[in-house]
Design a protein around this ligand. Sequence first.
Ligand SMILES: Cc1cc2nc3c(=O)[nH]c(=O)nc-3n(C[C@H](O)[C@H](O)[C@H](O)COP(=O)(O)OP(=O)(O)OC[C@H]3O[C@@H](n4cnc5c(N)ncnc54)[C@H](O)[C@@H]3O)c2cc1C
Length: 346
Amino acid sequence: MKDFIIVGGGLAGISFAETCILNNKSFMLISDDSHNSSIVAAGLYNPVILKRFSLPQDSKLHLDYMKPFYKNVEQRIGAQVDFPLPIYRKFASIEEQNMWFEAMDKPSLEPFLSKHIMSKKYEYLPSPFNFGEVLGTGYVDTASLLTNYCNYLNSIGGLMRECFNYEELVVSDDHVSYKDITARHIIFAEGFGLHANPYFNYLPLDGTKGELLIIHALDLKLDVAVNSGVFILPLGNDLYKVGATYEWYDKTATTTEAGRQELLEKVSELITCDYMVVNHLAGIRPTVKDRKSLIGTHHKYKNVHLLNGLGTRGVMLGPYMAKLLYESIENGAVIPREINLNRFKV
Ligand SMILES: Cc1cc2nc3c(=O)[nH]c(=O)nc-3n(C[C@H](O)[C@H](O)[C@H](O)COP(=O)(O)OP(=O)(O)OC[C@H]3O[C@@H](n4cnc5c(N)ncnc54)[C@H](O)[C@@H]3O)c2cc1C
């Protein structure tokens, strides 16, 4: 008998798999390619919400836990996935510069906002009011992470590539079974795919579609990520990710002309050199209306659990939410109410 079956191989599912490995627990991860939010993601991690100059609850905790977590993963899969990189906020006005200094006076934000206004000049990204640098930021190359991690799981016999058929799950008092696998517990981590899950589809996972572009801009020569309504993230070889859109009504993961146009307009406001679009991607972020994660145990079945609702911040939240869920299952630790799925009525 295994300790866990994990359904879903995005950031949530592999965070739980890694948590199992760190705790010497056995598991089988089952995933298909029906949802791709983690692969599409820009992978940026930034403790500060720049739009509001605020710090989401426990942001520092999530960041502090995330860094060694991905370091461990890198050693396991033999590839770098965490790329520390400054994020520069482009100031639109003197007022915004002043807001930066006001935000810096908040003790929680102070460690993350540079005290110095960055006056570095980028020829093709003009910024007359200069930049503010966020500290402790970077990006995780999520596509490389997922590919390499799944290859690793394959090599240890921990991965099944298939669409999980909920009708074949049998839940008993002290174990669950699926086809020829039995396990003490099952963790569902299907991202927006949750809607097909009969155990948890009553939960209000709205989903927010996002699109982004990959552009080639030979002359831009940007060595930091820049945030200015949209972000522009250097990937190397003069390639940049630009994004992202937020769309609340369309729940398809396909790219749209409207999304492309919105991004092109924003890029053209930001950079002045020539560029070429080389790719256009879309996915659905698993967001909840109250912007909190959704983790915990089924109200009726004590061995059926959920790890979802990572929203717009899966890179930072995945590892810590996996740890909280694991500790609740194995050690009876209490999951805080604001992220516990039991805050929603069945
Ligand atoms: C355009 C865009 C940009 C983003 N940028 C960032 C960013 O910069 N930083 C950041 O932190 N986050 C970002 N995000 C958000 C991030 O992608 C999500 O928070 C995160 O990927 C969610 O991970 P997940 O594992 O819950 O879901 P998913 O990545 O969707 O993974 C779910 C997995 O479960 C599988 N699955 C579902 N149903 C089944 C089934 N029945 N059987 C088998 N397998 C199943 C799916 O195929 C998939 O592999 C972005 C998202 C988008 C769309």
